[in-house]
Design a protein around this ligand. Sequence first.
Ligand code: NAP
Ligand code: ZN
Length: 360
Amino acid sequence: MAKSPETQYPVQVIGWAAHDSSGHLSPFKFSRRATGEHDVQFRVLYCGICHSDLSMAKNEWGWTVYPNVPGHEIVGVVTEVGNKVEKFKVGDKVGVGALLASCRNCDMCAQDLEVYCAQKIFSTGAIDTDGNPTHGGFCDLMVADEHYVIRWPENLPMDAGAPLLCAGITTYSPLRYFGLDKPGIHVGIVGLGGLGHLAVKIAKAFGAKVTVISTSASKKQEAIQKLGADAFLVSSDPEQMQAAVSTMDGILDTVSANHPIVHLLNLLKPQGKFIMLGISEKPPELPTIPVIMGRKTIAGSAIGGMKETQEMVDFAAKHNILADIEIIPIDYANTAMERLKKADVKYRFVIDIGNSLKSA
Ligand code: NAP
Ligand code: ZN
């Protein structure tokens, strides 16, 4: 017999949601499924704000399902586990990133690359297997299958660690996959925001030489002295850019807005790799000649699989890699989104859900 909605979704949750493409967030009550046999339910303590949350809330990519509770850098403490859960118990610290489900049968899932599964489901702004919208971490309670839940290392702070779950894995994964994780490799990081600043720290932990390429000259001192970058180029300065032509083995482009890429491709050595991570409303113009003449690779990369996400969080704990964050209460979320749009954050907003969102 089919379960009634009250039985199937008995867990009352309070969060903040956008209801249309204005992206404006306001308090929103909803319900989640009862903890299934493979599920972990946890109380959310902190949630980072990724630029993708802003793009999704405003439906910039055209696929947002409303109401949209943003947030996919979610950490908290387990409140309930299903009877077949093996990895977690009540009281454990856990995290959930952008991935909520996948088919677990295809080639990609078999290789622990669930994010490339055709049936993957994102943790916010998507449609769940039951036809309901998925709601992210701007709320007090999450439920997820344990396969998509990360064990949180004991020594890793939860507030500054939360952004690892998207910004961290999205930069760690391509550095590993494209062989940019070796000492002596020269990596360029374009855009010093949430992804970019963690990319600098992660690439440095791999022993790479790191150059930041930024539109903001004001970020230079901090990039070098605080984040550990070796060099800093202001992308609008033709002399600086010219001096760095053909010096880099790989570039991660984390820019969230439409921008020219030809002067970035010129920074690569022959056979260098240009990895697109940022998603702009309008795709960039692709200059073919510099790509062909240098046998350069232009590629993309999406977050990372679950196994790799756990590996990255453990790597971050070992190497003391944390985001530089501005902690905010939930009722500052709309202002934070406006500031994020203007690249006015150093370098990630993290919402203190535990102390600012009243439980249902
Ligand atoms: P963010 O914190 O806003 O950082 C983006 C940075 O891009 C800014 O700090 C700024 O750096 C630069 N920038 C902004 N506007 C620019 C413009 N008009 N021209 C040139 N540079 C500009 O964003 P984020 O959270 O790091 O996310 C970055 C992008 O990655 C977003 O598009 C997001 O949706 C996407 N993303 C992709 C994945 C994936 O799986 N591939 C995962 C997460 C996020 P400077 O001041 O240094 O120039
Ligand atoms: Zn993200």
